[in-house]
Ligand binder design. Structure first.
Ligand code: SF4
Ligand code: SF4
Length: 639
């Protein structure tokens, strides 16, 4: 027996434990229906993995954990899943929550399961995962997933493991009976926890009102290789509170806002140790627990091993409920428990007690009176808070002040309300304030989240707009460059065309000039011929010179005619290349024919020889031109 320290405050309410310890733990009858809440633990609710109508076997996974702080759920017996939906659950709010409703088939048929061969040879992470898969959650308090407490990481060195066997609430004897009857299982569970955490010291904290349990533990610890101390603490409420027990056993206080692991301590409940033992050695998930059913309204107060999901009504019936005597149904102990109005609420992993109280046993609370500032509440508070101040702040909705006065360190033990002469339901005020603060924080988180999303959206829209604008600008610049490039190309083309057109124009024959030149040459030739004829007829001197001139002029006239014809043909060819104006061609052909006819008529009427010869020459040319135009016309006319 080592040294035991003390904690501030505490109360000594009537224990009322003897009523339920007269008989051994009984197996609760198999209910017709089990209601298994998806939320039985601190953290995120489990996610169902079965469907309505499925037949499931005992121990089969029916809901898997979601995220790190969550626990899986298993079928407590074999049967058919009848529904997944709202049902009354054990919660102070009295609200319904999602449950898997299982209709039992009475066969209690197990799924194939087996324990681990030698857990000491396994990697700690494998062993912890096995415990997680078995859905073990703390069975003495708020139901914290056990695997999280076993997997602390390198930043927490555990020196001391405390096994909480101080069942301090009046009426509750579930842990007491468990220790009396299953001390060996508890030790087995402690061995597994110790293997994982490697503490240098293990202490079992137990109150001095449990002599049989102490004796049972001492018996199994004889010869145990582990460094385990049983520390018997005085019976005082709430010595079973985690922080109070730590203070009792070590003299250390867990700082506000910190966890025991921060000072090298881990606490586990005896029920949790037993569940770990069953999970590791038999592969059994957490599907049942010990529940104390007591109170003046039951004829046989006792402890039952009840399946998770068992309605309170079934346990009350098993404990022989006196219907007429039942005044109040309390879930938990009289200090921290809550009154429930529904007997179909099911047992969950943290349900340790159901009190069916008579009127005399738990009478209606007297009306609340004004606070007389007697300070009794402060004297009993085990957390050394100022309950009176917290009350004023909570009542006045001054939640910031309540928080600053460490409202969240309040363990809701109810010691302050128990001693309050004004019958003020102090814990209810604190729960209300905590709930409001949590709601405000949740709303603030939601608002922050919404603001962050809005800002992210705005930033995204602005970024997209900027990108769009940049793309538009790039397109505009590209278009401007393309337009400029086109203009340059066209200018170059125009320049090139101009450059190439200039010599062509200068080289191209001037048809009109050539025609004129040919006509002039003809006229000169005509005059030379007349002069030569006259000289020849009259026998004038210089006839040879005239003949030479005439020959020269004939040659020049011939050349002029040739040049004109060549130019004329080139122009016609060019016109043909460009595409022929058919209408113009028709007109030209008609005019050429008319010219031929006109020359032919004139020729018949002319008697002058010289004129006739000239006309004949013109007629030959006119016919050639007419023939050429007619030929072109026939080539380009549509078939
Ligand atoms: S015990 Fe009750 S009456 Fe006395 S100070 Fe505290 S709240 Fe006020
Ligand atoms: S309920 Fe809270 S304030 Fe009251 S005694 Fe307990 S810890 Fe202190």
């Amino acid at each position: 027996m080592g040294k035991v320290f003390a904690f501030h405050g505490g109360v000594h309410p009537p224990e009322n434990k003897k009523q339920s310890t007269r008989t051994p733990i009984a197996q609760a009858p198999l209910p017709k229906m089990l209601y298994i809440p998806l939320q039985q633990h601190i953290g995120i609710a489990a996610n169902p993995v079965v469907n309505v109508g499925d037949r499931v076997l005992k121990g089969q996974l029916i809901a898997e954990p979601v995220g790190r702080i969550s626990a899986s759920l298993h079928a407590p017996t074999s049967g058919i899943v009848r529904s997944i939906g709202p049902h009354p659950v054990p919660h102070a709010s009295g609200l319904e929550s999602d449950c898997i409703t299982l209709e039992t088939d009475g066969q209690d048929e197990w799924i194939e399961h087996q324990g681990l061969q030698d857990y000491t040879r396994l990697e700690p992470s494998v062993l912890i995962e096995h415990i997680r898969q078995c859905g073990i959650a703390g069975m003495g308090g708020a139901g914290f997933p056990t695997d999280v407490k076993l997997h602390l990481g390198d930043d927490h060195i555990v020196n001391t493991l405390i096994i909480n066997a101080a069942e301090c609430e009046p009426y509750i004897t579930a842990d007491d009976m468990l220790m009396r009857e299953r001390a060996a299982d508890i030790l087995s569970g402690i061995r597994i926890i110790s293997h994982l955490l490697r503490p240098s010291h293990i202490m079992i904290g137990i109150e001095d009102n449990k002599p049989q349990a102490i004796h049972a533990l001492e018996a199994v610890l004889k010869g145990c290789e582990l460094n385990i101390d049983i520390r018997v603490v005085p019976t005082k409420y709430p010595s079973g509170g985690e922080r109070q027990l730590i203070q009792l056993l070590t003299g250390l206080e867990v700082p506000s806002g910190r966890i025991p692991a921060d000072i090298g301590i881990v606490c586990q409940n005896v029920g949790t140790a037993t569940a770990i033992h069953r999970a590791v050695h038999f592969g059994e998930p957490l599907i049942s627990r010990i529940v104390t059913v007591t109170g003046d309204a039951v004829a046989k107060p006792q402890n039952f091993e009840a399946l998770i999901g068992t309605p309170f009504a079934d346990l009350l019936e098993a404990a022989n409920l006196y219907e007429g005597r039942l005044f109040r149904l309390v879930m938990g102990g009289p200090m921290m428990g809550v009154t429930v109005a529904h007997d179909q609420i099911p047992v969950i992993k943290t349900t340790n007690c159901i009190i069916a109280a008579s009127d005399e046993e738990m009478p209606q609370a007297p009306p609340e009176q004004p606070c007389i500032r007697c300070n009794m509440c402060e004297q009993v508070c085990p957390v050394t808070l100022l309950p009176q101040q917290l009350y004023w702040f909570s009542k006045g909705r001054e939640f910031d002040k309540a928080r600053n006065h460490n409202l969240f360190d309040c363990i809701e033990c109810g010691a302050c309300a128990y001693v309050c002469p004004s019958s003020i339901p102090l814990v209810q005020y604190y729960r209300f304030a905590k709930s409001e603060i949590r709601t405000e924080e949740a709303e603030q988180r939601k608002a922050d989240h919404a603001r962050q999303r809005f800002e992210a959206r705005q930033a995204r829209l602005e970024r997209e707009q900027a990108e769009k604008e940049a793309r538009r600008k790039a397109r505009a610049e590209e278009a401007a460059r393309a337009q400029q490039s086109r203009k340059n190309t066209e200018a170059e083309k125009a320049q090139s065309a101009s450059d190439s057109a200039a010599p062509a124009a200068s080289a191209a024959p001037d048809l009109k000039q050539l025609k004129t030149a040919a006509a002039v040459a003809r006229t000169k030739l005509k005059k030379a011929r007349d002069a030569f004829k006259n000289a020849e007829d009259k026998g004038l001197d210089g006839i040879d010179a005239l003949r030479a001139t005439l020959t020269d002029l004939e040659q020049k006239s011939e050349e002029a005619e040739q040049a004109f014809k060549a130019a004329e043909q080139a122009e016609a060819a060019a016109a043909a290349e460009k595409g022929v104006d058919l209408k113009q061609l028709k007109i030209d052909a008609a005019m050429a024919r008319a010219a031929v006819t006109k020359l032919e008529r004139a020729l018949t009427k002319t008697e002058d020889e010289q004129a006739r010869r000239e006309m004949e020459t013109e007629l030959v040319e006119a016919r050639k031109k007419s023939d050429a135009l007619n030929q072109s016309l026939s080539e380009h006319s549509p078939a």
